[in-house]
Design a protein around this ligand. Structure first.
Ligand SMILES: [Zn+2]
Length: 372
């Protein structure tokens, strides 16, 4: 037996219509006189931003919300630093994050970067490797609109530096959102591809925390439950995208998988994914799951019979039926991904995998065949 401990400080409010509680949270998170809303342009176009502004007016917020709807997929380091410098002048007192993983990550970064005393925070900490602990934090409510990333409950955020072909992680105690507000109705309009890819991300998170060296009894319970729910919900949503019942089930699966990786962090499938996203633009959820069939087979081969093996085999069936090789073929043609193995070997990720893999094993994992 080893000694383990457990911690996650994020309060959670969940259920259909939960968005109406945004300004009624207990304890309140959105206080002060300058609230920033971080989202992407699509939510403004669809009128969601305006609805939240209206709720703020009704709740008696002193000033109109400052909307930043410039979030794009895979947030870039230099852009985040530039926005930080601009937003610092505005005295932001609270942050509402609404959107997928990139919106939530952007908001989490603003939360610590805006309140840090570093002039150009991400460049100094991530690129120049200046030793730094994020000590301050602007309170943040995270409202996920996809069911996958779990970013609403994790203490890390991904930052991309496409100029230098690098990916970084902003992490630490202060990076956790204060409150996660989960409303499955917000996921009903998620397009089919995003539903599939973000759902796969959740499955990947649950598996990664199960075959993780940092696994604890708590992370294991969360991940097992996440997989049981996702194996049922994801195939069901693909056929019935309007089902609030399955949308809610998938959202819970993603939340539990997020809670699991908040304890263990991710592992090999994510290590492999980053160069694949950086170099070929493969969406995160697909990039971190096309290797899952091979990895499940590799990991369960030596595993004793029990609930983990059973649920992993069920997950293998779920993932195999989704034909991820064909999904990958829309992004990658003849290129040989094994050329990037060195970039995939990120010790703080791949080192979390509790199985043993050689370079040859990884070359085989990243080789995918397409149906001709
Ligand atoms: Zn992920």
């Amino acid at each position: 037996m080893t000694i383990w401990s457990d911690y996650n400080p994020v309060r959670i409010t969940s259920g259909p219509g939960a968005i109406d509680r945004l300004f009624l949270l207990d304890p309140p998170v959105i206080t002060g006189n300058r609230i920033l809303m971080v989202t992407s342009a699509g939510f403004t176009a669809r009128g969601v931003t305006e609805k939240i502004e209206e709720k703020a007016r009704k709740a008696g917020l002193e000033n109109p919300i400052r909307v930043f709807d410039g979030v794009t997929a895979n947030p870039e380091l230099d852009f985040l630093d530039r926005m930080t410098i601009t937003l610092r002048r505005e005295g932001i007192s609270g942050i509402i994050a609404l959107g997928g993983g990139s919106a939530l990550d952007t908001a989490k970064i603003f939360s610590v970067a805006l309140s840090s005393d570093l002039e150009i925070p991400l460049d100094m900490v991530l690129r120049q490797k200046q030793p730094h602990v994020w000590k301050n934090h602007i309170p943040i409510v995270a409202i996920p609109t996809t069911a996958g990333t779990g970013a609403e409950v994790t203490p890390f955020a991904t930052v991309w530096d496409s100029r230098n072909k690098k990916k970084y992680s902003v992490s630490g105690e202060r990076v956790y959102p204060d409150h996660a507000l989960l409303d499955p109705e917000l996921t009903l309009t998620l397009p089919p591809k995003e539903t599939l890819y973000t759902g796969l991300d959740a499955i990947s998170h649950a598996l990664e925390s199960l075959w993780n060296k940092n696994r604890t009894p708590v992370s294991e319970a969360l991940a097992l439950k996440a997989l049981t729910l996702a194996n049922k919900a994801l195939p069901a949503i693909i056929n019935q995208p309007d089902s609030l019942y399955y949308r809610e089930m998938m959202q819970q699966a993603a939340l539990m998988a997020g809670l699991a990786i908040s304890r263990t962090r991710t592992a090999i499938a994510h290590a492999i994914s980053y160069p694949v996203t950086m170099r070929f633009g493969v969406p995160h959820g697909l990039a971190c799951s096309f290797t899952l069939p091979g990895l499940i087979k590799h990991y369960t081969h030596a595993l004793d019979h029990g609930p983990i093996k059973t649920v992993m085999h069920e997950t293998l069936k779920t993932v195999e039926e989704l034909n991820l090789e064909n999904e990958m073929a829309t992004y990658i043609g003849e290129e040989n991904l094994s050329e990037y193995i060195e970039e995939m070997f990120h010790p703080d990720r791949i080192g979390n995998y509790s199985g043993i893999l050689t370079d040859d094993d990884i070359s085989r994992l990243v080789l995918f065949k397409t149906e001709k």
